[in-house]
Every structure is written in C-alpha cells, then in structure tokens.
Design a protein around this ligand. Structure first.
Ligand SMILES: Nc1ncnc2c1ncn2[C@@H]1O[C@H](COP(=O)(O)OP(=O)(O)OP(=O)(O)O)[C@@H](O)[C@H]1O
Ligand SMILES: [Mg+2]
Length: 262
C-alpha cells in the first residue's frame, strides 16, 4: 500500500489529501484516503455504488459541511492551504472548487441569470457590460453559446437535459474556479449529450483541475488521465488511467474493470 500512496501523490498538486476519513455519525464512509490531484490532468473516481466516491468528492469543497452528522478528518489542502482551517471562507472555497451534479440543477431563472448568479454574488464585475462578457465567455467555454445566444432571457429549466448540464458547467465556470468537481455529470443524459460533455471536458482540461466521478468505464478511459479506484471506502489503486485499465496492480481493480462486480 505504501507504493500505492507514493504513486498517488505528486510534487505540485492542486489538491492534496492525506489520511482522510469521513464519517456519517457512527458509520465510516471513507477510510484513510491519500490522493493528489494535478492541475493539468482530468482525474476519474470509479468504484461500485456506495464505495464513497461522492462522499470523498464532497469533502474537497466542504459540501459535506451541509450534511448533518457528517465529519471529515485528515488533511485536505488546496494550493497548500488547509481547507478545513477555521480561517477558510467556505463560500469563497466553493467558488474556487466548483461542483456539477448528477442531475442538472439550473436555477428557475433565465439562462443569463443562471450564469450571472455567481459573478453577481461574488461582486466579480463592475458593470453590465462586464457581466455580459462573463456570461458570454462562460457559455462559450461550456459549448452552449451558439445554442442559446438568441434566447438568453428564456428559463434555464426549459433547456434539454444536456443543455441544462452545460448551463450548470457554464455557471460553475463563471466565477473563474480553479477546480471543477463533477459527480456523474452524464448519467442522466443520452449518448449524444454525453459525447458533448466529454468533448467539453477535453476542452477544459488544463484550464481547471477536473475530477469526474463515473460508473462508465469507457467514459473514465476516454476523458481522464488519472484514475482512482475506490472500494468499501478505501482507495484501492490510483494511477495513470491507461495503466489502471490495461494493467491494474490490484486484483480488486481487475475484477471491477472486467465487470466481475459493481
Ligand atoms: N447523507 C448521508 N448520510 C448518511 N450516510 C450516507 C450519506 N451519504 C452517503 N452515505 C453513506 O456513505 C457511503 C458512501 O456513499 P456515497 O454516496 O459516497 O457512495 P458513492 O460511491 O458515491 O455511490 P454511488 O455510486 O451509488 O453514487 C454509503 O454507505 C452511503 O450509504
Ligand atoms: Mg455517488
């Protein structure tokens, strides 16, 4: 296991976690997980249902704080700063480490206001022209601009599922985050919408540190450069995606990727 930890850590990580444990009341959902996440790679989290992928993901921007009874132990650093330090501004942290959920969840507001929401509450723009620019840029980066530019005042909830998910990505991008956490962002989408999101992840790679949770092995293989395999709350193996899928070190990883369980 020493070796697994060594290969799962890097010299200049964007996010560094050491000996992380997460509990829901008496139940321990994450056990002693140490992982480094790099800026220029997409990292995939895979593993059977209930193994703790979402729990671990949520601990990276303190979304677990919102769950009664949830407790996080260990060290989680963003750019070398402990995110659980009392001096950490959690609202600011969640702007730096944005999140996209399984089910697209646009606000019941216009397309424009969905994207403008974060920049407005964080005071990121001096005037309407600047805000217009942020909205356009964010929608461009999310690959949605051409589809919505003529109907920015329409409701975000009236878009298709795939468009709604790209709107949520635009909303996350609008506050200029450093990390984007995606928890099964395509599981509610059809194959065409899924392909668009995967293309988008390719385009965003390097601009943001991206972590994606997925149940879809092909997707993990397509979009990520590093893959972490979780099982029963532990990190079984973490390494280059190509290695994990072609030459896993651990028997459990092999069983999972060959579909023997999960
Ligand atoms: N809000 C919660 N309160 C109590 N226990 C929880 C809560 N959320 C998750 N758990 C438990 O923690 C463990 C890990 O759950 P988690 O949702 O992180 O798994 P997951 O790997 O994301 O699963 P899935 O692939 O089904 O989304 C499970 O045993 C689950 O029942
Ligand atoms: Mg989950």
């Amino acid at each position: 296991m020493k070796e697994a930890i060594m290969s799962s850590t890097t010299a200049t990580p964007k996010i560094s976690t050491r000996s992380v444990n997460v509990f829901y009341g008496e139940n321990q959902a994450i056990k002693d997980v140490s992982i480094d996440v790099e800026m220029d790679n997409v990292t995939a989290f895979i593993g059977p249902s209930g193994c703790g992928k979402s729990t671990f993901l949520r601990s990276l921007n303190r979304m677990n704080d919102t769950i009664v009874g949830a407790r996080v132990e260990g060290k989680i650093e963003l750019d070398g700063k402990n995110i659980y330090d009392p001096s950490m501004d959690v609202v600011q942290l969640r702007a730096r480490v944005g999140m996209v959920f399984q089910k697209p969840n646009p606000f019941p507001k216009s397309i424009y206001d969905n994207v403008a929401y974060g920049p407005r509450i964080h005071g990121l723009c001096a005037n309407k022209a600047e805000l217009d620019m942020i909205v356009e840029n964010s929608l461009q980066k999310a690959g949605l601009w051409d589809e919505v530019k003529d109907r920015l005042t329409n409701s975000g909830t009236a878009l298709s599922g795939g468009q709604q998910q790209r709107l949520c990505i635009a909303r996350a991008i609008a506050v200029d985050p450093e990390v984007i956490l995606m928890d099964e962002p395509c599981s509610a989408l059809d194959p065409i919408a899924t392909a668009k999101i995967e293309e988008l992840i390719h385009d965003l790679r390097g601009k943001y540190a991206i972590i994606i949770v997925t149940h879809n092995m092909q997707q993990a293989a397509r979009v990520s450069q590093r893959t972490a395999f979780f099982h029963l709350g532990t990190l079984v193996e973490f390494g280059e995606t190509s290695e994990i899928f072609t030459n896993p070190r651990e028997e459990k990883t092999k069983d999972y990727i060959t579909g023997r369980y999960g």
